[in-house]
Design a protein around this ligand. Structure first.
Ligand code: ADP
Ligand code: F6P
Length: 320
């Protein structure tokens, strides 16, 4: 393995830069030429590829976003688009590619390996924590802590005005950000896609809290459960409290990564290069029970099971 490339793809996440740095520094130290690809698969297809030096990754371990830029290219599902992208690597003699992204990005990496023999290694980078084969994705911990900070702030004003707040958090179809921020933030309730809920039950929670003398509510709503404003409207018909909605949005994806995410990104980045040096490809790196693990890329989506998560009972408890 003499030449490898790196790209970041899909929604960015805090710690992607830390992972890029770990991959580049590890490879350069081993005498491997490292290429950066701008704008994910879009840049790979459009040949936006440049040789990196250690200067490109100097001082970025603590920076949010991604210096390689990220993009989505739906056309990458087309085999002809992938063939042109693979050719852009082959013509430079690049035979290893590290893809930092979520399970969508891993699909692309899987096809580059199976169809064109490019030795791809996936590093899970997304705030959603929706990738099987790893307990945590890079960026999840940072986003979780941003949500916790927001919950504390909203709680202050919720108490002052004796209001009900519905806080919408990201996560696509995965309820992890919502569930675990609700647990750690001491929320009054949580709605996640993995657990059925009814507006009537939610109204009962609020009424019960008033009976207990609690004059405010902070309820976390995963974006995957549906339109939070519609939920607000329906709930308003059933309770007398003043209800406000806060959609946290992209603030959850920015800022400096936590120590946890930086260390995770570094461990995964080093492992990705070690795998390429060993001649491996078509694999993803994960962290499971504190250990860095590897699985075929397809493991990420084939084994993703909403019901396999342990703490959904807590979601039921919080929403009753
Ligand atoms: P994430 O990687 O965070 O899950 P997306 O689902 O948006 O984000 O996927 C990122 C990119 O990965 C897409 O824009 C596309 O270029 C590529 N991709 C996603 N799904 C596939 C697929 N089934 N086949 C090939 N490429 C895919
Ligand atoms: O996958 C990361 C994520 O932030 C999701 O939580 C969210 O649904 C989506 O990306 C938002 O995407 P966009 O950047 O296109 O608004």
């Amino acid at each position: 393995m003499k030449k490898i490339a790196i790209l970041t793809s899909g929604g960015d996440s805090q710690g992607m830069n830390t992972a890029v740095r770990a991959v580049a520094k590890t490879a350069i130290t081993k005498g491997i030429d490292v290429y950066g690809i701008k704008r994910g698969y879009k840049g790979l297809y459009e040949d936006q590829i440049f040789q990196m030096t250690s200067l490109n990754v100097s001082g970025i371990a603590d920076q949010g976003g991604t210096i390689l830029l990220s993009a989505r290219l739906p056309e990458f599902k087309d085999p002809e688009v992938r063939a042109k992208a693979a050719e852009n690597l082959k013509k430079r003699g690049i035979d290893g590619l590290v893809v930092i992204g979520g399970d969508g990005s891993f699909h692309g990496a899987h096809y580059l390996y199976t169809e064109h023999g490019i030795k791809t290694i996936g590093i899970p980078g997304t705030i959603d924590n929706d990738v099987a084969g790893t307990d945590y994705t890079i960026g999840y911990d940072t986003a979780l802590n941003i949500i916790l900070d927001a919950i504390s702030k909203i709680k202050d004003t919720a108490i002052s005005h004796e209001r009900t707040y519905l806080i919408e958090v990201m996560g696509r179809n995965c309820g992890d950000l919502a569930l675990y921020s609700a647990i750690a933030g001491g929320a009054s309730g949580v709605l996640i896609p993995e657990v059925e809920f009814s507006i009537d039950d939610l109204a009962e929670v609020i009424k019960f809290r008033r009976e207990e003398g609690k004059l405010y509510d902070v309820i976390i709503v995963a974006e995957g459960v549906g339109n939070v404003v519609e939920i607000q409207k329906e709930l308003s018909k059933k309770v007398n409290t003043s209800i406000r909605v806060t959609i946290l949005g992209h603030v959850q994806r920015g800022g400096s990564p936590t120590a946890f995410d930086r260390i995770l990104a570094t461990r995964m980045g080093v492992k990705a290069v070690e795998l390429l040096v060993a001649g491996e490809g078509g694999l993803m790196v994960g962290i499971q029970s504190e250990k860095v693990t590897t699985h075929p890329l397809s493991y990420a989506w084939e084994n993703y099971s909403k019901s396999s998560f342990a703490d959904y009972a807590i979601a039921n408890m919080l929403s009753l």
